[in-house]
Design a protein around this ligand. Structure first.
Ligand SMILES: [Zn+2]
Ligand SMILES: [Zn+2]
Length: 426
C-alpha cells in the first residue's frame, strides 16, 4: 500500500476500527432509543405515540439488515477518507493545538448547517419519480418509523448520505474528533426523528425558542405522507420552500394536548367522560378565565359535550377574519383503534385526512360587538357545512347555523378551563 503511504499493518488496524465504529454507533444509539421508549412508555411516552399503527417484527428485521449494510457503506467511505488523508487529498488533523478550539467549534457548526442543506436537497431529489425507486424506496418501506429505521437505506442512498463528509472535508480541514462528533450528531438526530414517539418538549403552541429544530413528528409525518417535510435537523428549508406539512403544527399541538389531558385524567376513562360531559353541559354559570376574554373568540373552545377542542385564530389568508381548527379529540381513535379521519366528508378525497387539524370554522367576521357571522362551520359528524352566526355571551360561545337553510343546529361551546373547573367543583 505504498501508494497511499500506509503499511499493511496500519490497514489491518484501521479496517476493524472503522467498521466497528460505524456498526457499533448504529446499534448503540438505535438500541438506546428503543430501550428508552420501552422503559418510559408507561411514565408518559406512550401518550406521545405519533401513529396509531405499530411497526411489525418483519419491518424491524428489514430495517436492521439494511441499516447494517449502510453502516458498511459508511465504513468503506470512511476507510477511503483515511487513505485520502494519508496522501494529502483531505486534511484531517488530530492535534488540537494546530487550529485551536474556535476553529474546531465553528467548522463543526458550519458542517452541520451545510449538511442540513445537503440533506434537504438530495432528499428532495431522491423523491423525484425517476430516482425514487433506485435511491429511496427502501427507506419509505417503513411507514411507521422506529429507531432502527435510521440507516435503512438503499446502497445508492447510503452513498449520497455519506458523500457529504469527504466533499466537506475536501474544502474545510477538520479535526478527526469534529468528524466523529458530526457523525454521532447526525445519527442521534436521525434516531430521534424515527422513534415513533414525540421526544421534543412540545407545548400547545409552536415554540418560538426551539421552533427551528425539527421534532420527531416532523419526520414521522414525512413517512406518513412523503410529499412534505424533507428537512433533517432544522425547519427553515421546509418553511422557505413551502414544503412543511400543512398539519405539522396541529399534530404537534395534538400530542402536547393529549399527553397533558391524559395526565389529568386518572380514573376509568368512561366514567370520567360521562361526568365531564354532564358537567360541561350543566356548567352554565362558571366564571373562569374565559370571562376575562370578553367578546374575543380567539383561543381554545371545548365543543358541546367536550368531544373536541377547537382553536380559533386569524385566518391565514384573511387576517381580518377568524378560522378554527380541531386541536384535540376526546376519542382520537375509532373503535378499531385507528386514528379518526374526516370519514363523512362529501369530498371522497378528503375522507382519509386525520380529523385533528381540520379547519372546521372559516372566515368569521365580527359584524357587531360580540357577534360573528359571514363564515361557515363544517360539522365532521354529519359532513355538512353550516352558515350562521356565532355569539359570545357570558364567556360561552353560542353557535347557530343552518345547512341548506333547512337543517339548523344550535350549540354552546365553552372554554376548556371553564368546563374542567365545573368538574372539579363537583
Ligand atoms: Zn426517515
Ligand atoms: Zn423521503
Amino acid at each position: 500500500m505504498s501508494l497511499f503511504n500506509v503499511t499493511w499493518g496500519e490497514v489491518a488496524r484501521a479496517v476493524p476500527h472503522i467498521v466497528g465504529l460505524e456498526i457499533g454507533r448504529y446499534l448503540v444509539f438505535a438500541g438506546l432509543a428503543s430501550l428508552i421508549v420501552r422503559v418510559f412508555w408507561k411514565a408518559g411516552l406512550g401518550q406521545r405515540k405519533i401513529q396509531a399503527r405499530t411497526a411489525r417484527a418483519a419491518d424491524l428485521r428489514r430495517e436492521i439488515a439494511t441499516s447494517l449494510r449502510s453502516a458498511l457503506v459508511f465504513a468503506t467511505v470512511g476507510f477511503c477518507m483515511f487513505l485520502a488523508s494519508r496522501v494529502g487529498w483531505l486534511t484531517i488533523y488530530d492535534d488540537f493545538a494546530v487550529r485551536g478550539p474556535v476553529y474546531f467549534t465553528v467548522t463543526l457548526i458550519l458542517m452541520i448547517v451545510a449538511h442540513d442543506a445537503w440533506y434537504y436537497w438530495t432528499h428532495r431529489a431522491m423523491h423525484h419519480p425517476r430516482l425514487f425507486r433506485a435511491f429511496h424506496w427502501t427507506h419509505h418501506k417503513s411507514k411507521t418509523p422506529t429507531p432502527w429505521t435510521s440507516y435503512a437505506f438503499d446502497v445508492p442512498e447510503a452513498l449520497v448520505m455519506v458523500a457529504f463528509v469527504p466533499l466537506w472535508v475536501a474544502v474545510v480541514p477538520m479535526h478527526d474528533l469534529a468528524i466523529f462528533t458530526f457523525m454521532t450528531w447526525q445519527l442521534v438526530r436521525n434516531v430521534a426523528g424515527h422513534t415513533g414517539v414525540e421526544l421534543s418538549p412540545v407545548s400547545g403552541e409552536p415554540s418560538r425558542l426551539f421552533g427551528w429544530l425539527n421534532t420527531t413528528t416532523h419526520h414521522d409525518l414525512h413517512h406518513q405522507t412523503p410529499g412534505s417535510n424533507f428537512g433533517l435537523y432544522f425547519s427553515w428549508w421546509d418553511r422557505l420552500m413551502g414544503t412543511e406539512h400543512p398539519e405539522y403544527q396541529a399534530r404537534v399541538a395534538e400530542i402536547a394536548e393529549r399527553s397533558r389531558a391524559r395526565r389529568k385524567r386518572t380514573p376509568g376513562g368512561a366514567t370520567i367522560a360521562a361526568v365531564l360531559i354532564l358537567a360541561a353541559v350543566g356548567a352554565s354559570h362558571v366564571a373562569g378565565r374565559a370571562e376575562a376574554a370578553g367578546s374575543n373568540i380567539a383561543g381554545r373552545w371545548a365543543t358541546q359535550g367536550f368531544g373536541s377542542i377547537v382553536e380559533f385564530r386569524p385566518c391565514t389568508r384573511r387576517p381580518d377574519a377568524m378560522c378554527g381548527s380541531i386541536l384535540w379529540l376526546w376519542e382520537p381513535n375509532d373503535a378499531a383503534g385507528r386514528r379518526r379521519t374526516d370519514s363523512r366528508n362529501p369530498d371522497r378525497a378528503l375522507r382519509s385526512r386525520p380529523l385533528v387539524g381540520v379547519e372546521i370554522v372559516r372566515g368569521l367576521r365580527e359584524t357587531a360587538p360580540g357577534v360573528w357571522s359571514e363564515g361557515s362551520i363544517y360539522n365532521p359528524d354529519d359532513g355538512r357545512t353550516y352558515t350562521g352566526t356565532v355569539r359570545v355571551r357570558g364567556g360561552k360561545l353560542e353557535l347557530r347555523g343552518c345547512a341548506l337553510n333547512l337543517l339548523c343546529q344550535t350549540q354552546t361551546w365553552r372554554r376548556p378551563e371553564a368546563a374542567l373547573a365545573a368538574v372539579r367543583a363537583l
